[in-house]
Write a protein that binds this ligand. Structure first.
Ligand code: SF4
Length: 334
């Protein structure tokens, strides 16, 4: 394949110096790969460093308190990733004696590890010649070979993986996978914006040759997000926020939240709601609007903020401090 040699030389000269690229430790590579799902590189770096500083190995992760784990993840979003990390760490302790499994098929059996992540860890940390096909690789493939197929179609992903499998070089599988992903992340950019003039595989690229870079890759429409309206209470008692723990399953499971109710209450209804919960405002109630977007849901929130007093807080409510992980969806209300 003519495009592979220039791709690899380009990567050796142009790869970004990222903290997880300075290690071949399987645990560290795993953590970085999970954090990088749905999250920008620049946002991940400080989280990655803090996480590895506090939880340096599988055993530390398997035994960490949930609140501490959530705190280390606070602001990264998609908290199920963190819960799956801890679950998988427990599986590694019980089934692999606490040592990171090295093989693709073993990695695939762990919670939260799919084909992409298993491929990335096995190839980058342990030198197994398997592909790691993420969204960047799918986009590069579709353009390089001029394939007008929906890159969100799982069947297409399967085909790309099958195509790449025999091509992954045995002497540098991790570098090959990282190079393809890096090309997609820094040169073959999405939304019709590839920097073809800087691209090492330009002379082999069908989309470039046929002037089709704007129409490739083909993307099926995403499902529309559902909107939920709610009223959130940002209440403080002597400056300390009030909240309670969310249920152990569902959206933002096990994290902390501000009090809330469905629908958008009027000013008068908010005052009434506080009274019903045995809470007396100290000074004026303030009202404002906030929005938070999850993958499938949008929260449109009317926020009622106030310094309050209460003889007793409703059951389960607490004064929150820095040890309580409050997700961004609620932080935006402060
Ligand atoms: S030439 Fe352009 S479209 Fe083709 S792989 Fe390179 S950046 Fe992507």
């Amino acid at each position: 394949m003519d495009w592979m040699t220039p791709l690899l030389s380009w990567y050796h000269e142009n790869a970004r110096d990222l903290p997880w690229r300075r290690t071949r430790d399987g645990y560290a590579v795993w953590i970085s790969e999970i954090m990088l799902q749905q999250t920008r590189v620049a946002a991940v770096i400080p989280y990655y460093e803090r996480f590895l500083g506090e939880l340096p190995d599988v055993t530390a992760l398997a035994t960490v308190e949930d609140d501490r784990l959530h705190k280390l993840w606070e602001g990264l979003g998609y908290y199920s990733r963190a819960r799956n990390l801890k679950k998988a760490a427990g599986e590694i302790v019980s089934r692999f004696g606490g040592s990171m499994p090295r093989r693709y098929d073993e990695l695939l059996t762990l919670s939260g590890i799919g084909e992409y992540t298993a491929g990335a860890i096995a190839s980058i940390a342990f030198g197994e010649a398997v592909p790691a096909v993420d969204g960047n690789v799918l986009r590069v493939y579709a353009r390089l070979f001029g394939v007008a197929r929906d890159i969100r179609d799982p069947a297409f992903k399967k085909e790309v993986r099958a195509f790449l499998l025999p091509l992954v070089p045995k002497d540098q599988p991790g570098v090959f996978n990282a190079a393809l992903m890096e090309l997609g992340a820094t040169v073959c950019l999405p939304n019709g914006q590839p920097k073809c003039a800087e691209c090492p595989v330009r002379s082999d690229c069908v989309a470039y040759r046929e002037n089709r870079t704007a129409e490739l890759p083909v993307l099926s429409a995403k499902k529309a997000r559902r909107t939920e309206r709610k009223t959130v209470f940002a209440l403080t008692i002597e400056g300390q926020l009030v909240g309670f723990r969310r249920p152990d399953s569902g959206l933002l499971a096990g994290l902390w939240q501000l009090p809330e109710t469905d629908g958008e209450l009027t000013d008068v209804e908010c005052a009434f709601w506080l009274g019903e919960h045995g809470i007396a405002p100290v000074g004026e109630l303030r009202f404002y609007e906030r929005k938070h977007i999850f993958t499938h849901i949008e929260w449109h929130m009317r926020v009622c903020a106030a310094e309050v007093s209460a003889k007793t807080l409703p059951e389960g409510w607490r004064l929150l401090d820095e040890s309580h992980a409050l997700p961004t969806a609620y932080r935006v209300c402060l």
